[in-house]
Design a protein around this ligand. Structure first.
Ligand code: FAD
Length: 582
């Protein structure tokens, strides 16, 4: 058994920022960071467009309050306004912190940090490093991690969260290189495990975004919040789904249908802001154009056109988007428009936390020893729809807060006691049972069928019938996984097939929880659009949903998940709900 004062799961922006905060403030603490991929390869490295903060370098009349209002309106009024206040008030300081750590942001002529417009933001406030912002930030954070001597468990996979006697005591982990299983005990565990884009068949997310942290939390008997809100980014490159950053529209790109129209003008909720409307609205309109037969050559995509920006602007501001078009499709956007369609991008829901990143249990009380931050957490600053460039911000603001909170928290907390043996035995049994799978179905086939079912039945538009169908299909696929899976590689050294089998468990759990939550929310809000309930219904549903894995199989309308929409009313505090138009 290994011991740490603090164990951080995840080396993306949230996990690394937390680790750096702890080692800087409390150098005496023994901090461990565990990651199934090298931290530099966490999905955060792929973030492109930037990070919002009211530095007022470009638009001097901007304010944190305007940023807060935009965020709450963008969230379709579901965000917790106290958490949004923390996010937006802290934003300028965390950017300066990053700069002091060594992050190189793009500049204005006079040397100050540049800021660009982004969807749903009413001022130019997104700070960026060309269109490779995540790369610039994560590299600095990770080199600081190593500089301060944090113990990093490289390519270890967390199999289980140890939650007993009402508190979290550590994790069970598997070393991908050697097959070794270890219990890692800690006074505090922080989950910063990122999103779950791989539950769907078309996503901007990396292969490792399989929602493991969400699955492990649910399996430990804890609830997840607002899982029905899945963000589709409007401009995934067709057909691959790889992201073309919102920075491209921020810099002035047009969305064009087959008739050559800038179609966003034709919809009442987007005719002012046009291409810079928020993602939920823009994604829906692209799909509506395609369904009306106005996709390019009647195909399932529209065009993203930047030709009018000119060569110089394209090369200096959005070089990566250009590279992606050339590398993946052989199209140079200087000369021709890019084909795009919505792609699954971000998870608004997740592990419910306080503004100090303490994880909330069934009774809405913090679970001793357990914290979460970043995309896997639901604090909730994004409510039903996240604004672009608010996620990197969330990771850094709440990662840092988590680090500060945990650094103080563990000072008075004794090392928890636990018996290691049963956990190791259980993990050995799990690995052995997977290695012994000798059915006929390949992981790839089952995973693709699951991703197709989720995309078909719980995509941008959904209704009761489709969701129920989705739940049935997921059940069937789960049975196939249990009874008929086959693994070819039966070794324990770098067995990536075994990893894929473990990740597929996470995809099933997360998929079911999305479906079960989507079924219960009988209204349309933000990214959750029910064709059978097209209006937002504040009287009944200005509430967070909580979903549990039910032990007794008495869950509502699904035999494995129970959804509770009764308790978590959102208090509007500062900004009262209004109709959402852009
Ligand atoms: C292509 C793309 C572009 C984006 N651009 C922007 C942008 O410009 N602005 C913006 O605000 N947001 C952007 N986002 C969103 C933003 O990048 C992410 O929400 C954010 O980076 C998530 O960071 P994180 O630290 O929460 O998780 P991640 O960076 O995803 O890291 C997750 C970590 O958890 C570890 N992990 C997971 N499961 C396990 C396990 N079982 N065992 C061990 N380790 C585990 C992984 O190894 C990894 O280190 C973008 C997202 C994508 C996909």
């Amino acid at each position: 058994m290994f011991d740490h004062d603090v164990l951080i799961v995840g080396g993306g922006l949230a996990g690394s920022r937390a680790a750096v905060a702890i080692v800087q403030n409390e150098p005496g603490l023994k901090v461990g960071l565990i990651s199934k991929v090298h931290p530099i390869r966490s999905h955060s490295v792929a973030a492109q467009g930037g990070m919002a903060a009211t530095l007022k370098n470009v638009d001097t009349e901007d304010s944190w309050l305007a940023h807060a209002f935009d965020t709450v309106k963008g969230s379709d009024y579901l965000a917790d306004q106290n958490a949004v206040e923390v996010l937006t008030r802290s934003a300028p300081d965390v950017i300066i912190d990053l700069e002091h750590l060594g992050v190189l942001f793009s500049r204005l002529e006079d040397g100050r940090i540049a800021q660009r417009p982004f969807g749903g933001h009413s001022y130019r406030r997104t700070c960026y490093a060309a269109d490779k912002t995540g790369h610039a930030i994560l590299h600095e954070l990770v080199s600081n991690l190593f500089r301060y001597g944090t113990k990093v468990y490289l390519e270890w996979y967390v199999l289980q969260l140890i939650h007993e006697e009402g508190e979290v005591k550590g994790v069970v982990a598997y070393c991908i290189e050697t097959g070794e299983i270890e219990v890692i005990r800690a006074k505090a565990v922080l989950f910063a495990t990122g999103g779950y884009g791989r539950v769907y068949n078309t996503t901007s997310n990396d292969f490792a975004s399989t929602g493991d942290g969400l699955c492990l939390t649910a399996t430990a008997g804890l609830p997840l919040q607002d899982m029905e809100f899945v963000q589709f980014h409007p401009t995934g490159l067709y057909p691959v789904g790889v992201l073309i950053s919102e920075a491209v529209r921020g810099e002035g790109a047009y969305l064009i249908n087959d008739q050559g129209e800038r179609f966003m003008a034709n919809y009442s909720d987007s005719h002012n802001k046009m291409e810079l409307s928020p993602r939920d609205i823009t994604s829906r309109h692209i799909v509506q154009e395609v369904r009306a037969g106005r996709g390019i050559k009647r195909g399932p995509f529209v065009h993203l056109d930047v030709r009018h920006l000119g060569r110089e602007k394209i090369i200096s501001r959005i070089p990566f988007a250009r590279e992606e078009g050339m590398r993946l499709l052989g199209i140079d956007c200087i000369d021709a428009p890019l084909p795009v369609r919505p792609t699954v991008h971000y998870s608004m829901g997740g592990i419910p936390t306080t503004v100090d990143c303490e994880v909330l249990g069934v009774d809405r009380k913090p679970i001793p020893g357990f914290f979460a931050a970043g995309e896997c957490a639901c604090v909730s600053v994004h409510g039903a729809n996240r604004l672009g460039s608010n996620s990197l911000l969330e990771c850094v603001v709440f990662g840092k807060r988590a680090g500060e909170k945990i650094g103080a928290y563990v000072q008075d907390r004794p090392m928890p006691t636990l018996e290691e043996r049963p956990y190791v035995q259980e993990a050995e049994k799990l690995i052995k049972s997977l290695l012994n799978k000798k059915g006929t179905a390949r992981i790839h086939d089952i995973r693709t069928a699951l991703q197709d079912a989720m995309t078909e039945h719980c995509g941008i538009f959904r209704d009761q019938q489709s969701i129920q169908k989705g739940l049935q299909e997921v059940q069937k696929l789960k049975e196939r996984y249990e009874k008929d899976l086959n693994l070819d590689d039966r070794g324990t050294i770098f067995n990536m097939e075994l990893m894929a089998a473990l990740e597929l468990r996470s995809l099933f759990t997360v998929g079911e929880m999305i479906l079960a939550s989507a079924l219960q929310r009988r209204e349309s809000r933000g990214a959750h659009y029910r064709s059978d309930y097209q209006q937002r219904d504040d009287a009944q549903f200005l509430k967070h949903s909580l979903v549990y894995l039910s032990q007794d199989k008495t869950g509502i309308e699904t035999n494995t998940c129970a959804v509770d929409l009764s308790l978590q009313t959102v208090d509007p505090e500062r900004f009262m709900p209004q109709e959402r138009k852009y």
